[in-house]
Design a protein around this ligand. Structure first.
Ligand code: CP
Ligand code: NVA
Length: 301
């Protein structure tokens, strides 16, 4: 762009709401077949995965190709990153070959290091602390089914993890209340909560799922054991946080259920909720691709 600085897509708290609105609208236009045709012809996206992925990988690859571009997949273990080449040097080199880099990694510092040294846009494909592309898809999905989030109540139940942090950022942008029910030891990012509150959002933290879900318009949960999580012994702690029919019954009658997936059926969510009429998890997964086409276009076109 004109300033010469690449347009990174790192975290939702780094954006102004108008830019996120523009990206969401663009994503929806693509979904409706109304977006620009092949705006990324000749553009190449490199994708670095230091953790597994199904949706993120496939949605970026298909989305990029639908926009006229192409992708290169880099499994971190197969590159020199896996043998200790620095992120900074990797960023400098990749910038000479490709037009954008998406990275999924553990430490957020690796993402910011990549963005600092890359001359091309860097996209956050998930870190231990956030998952902004996912939450953009979630917002798009809510809006498609129920309209604006403004004044709505969003309940997050379970681990106060990376996806929860990006949802707290979304609450700061889109004017919904967010209530998170998590065990004391798994409360969400303090920085995200403080940021959203400073933006005027109501952020409620509780240890009681019923309190968070009461009258909510959207109920969200996620795995009890995220990728790279050292402590896989959380099942007893999180059992009271299962999203089942009894808990959903406490939400608003037309409440939606979302889960970023992959789901662990019978753990954080039961089959009747995953497969029930309130669940929009497949639309949510599909929208990853549409909204990412908006993100890619904003970064690159
Ligand atoms: N929701 C999500 O990011 O899924 P993947 O791990 O399959 O990419
Ligand atoms: N919280 C999960 C999200 C997976 C898409 C994880 O980090 O593993």
């Amino acid at each position: 762009n004109a300033s010469g600085a690449p347009r990174h897509f790192l975290d939702l708290d780094g954006f102004d709401t108008a830019t996120l609105r523009h990206i969401l609208d663009l994503g929806l236009a693509y979904k409706q077949g109304k977006g620009p045709k092949a705006p990324l012809a000749g553009k190449m996206l490199a994708m670095i995965f230091e953790k597994p992925s199904t949706r993120t990988r496939v949605s970026f690859e298909v989305g990029m190709k639908q926009l006229g571009g192409d992708v290169i997949m880099l499994a971190a273990g197969d590159t020199q990153l896996g043998r200790g080449e620095t992120i900074a040097d990797t960023a400098r080199v990749l910038s000479r070959f490709v037009d954008a880099v998406m990275i999924r990694t553990n430490l957020p510092e690796k993402l910011t290091e990549l963005a600092k040294y890359a001359d091309v846009p860097v996209i956050n494909g998930l870190t231990d602390q956030s998952h902004p592309c996912q939450v953009m898809a979630d917002v798009m999905t809510f809006e498609e089914h129920r309209g604006s989030l403004k004044g709505k109540v969003v309940a997050w139940v379970g681990d106060g993890n990376n996806v929860a942090a990006s949802w707290i950022h979304a609450a700061g942008h889109f004017g919904c209340e967010i209530r998170l029910a998590c065990p004391d030891s798994l409360m969400p990012s303090r920085a995200a909560v403080d940021w959203a509150r400073a933006k005027g959002a109501s952020v409620v933290l509780t240890t009681h799922p019923a309190e968070a879900v009461a009258g909510a318009h959207l109920v969200l949960t996620d795995t009890w054991v995220s990728m790279g999580c050292q402590d896989s012994n959380r099942h007893e702690l999180l059992e009271p946080y299962q999203v089942n029919e009894a808990l959903m019954a406490k939400a608003a009658p037309d409440a939606l259920f979302m889960h970023c997936l992959p789901a662990h059926r019978g753990e954080e969510v039961t089959d009747p909720v995953m497969d029930g009429i309130q669940s929009v998890v497949w639309d949510e997964a599909e929208n990853r691709m549409h909204v990412q086409k908006g993100i890619l276009t904003w970064c690159l076109a």
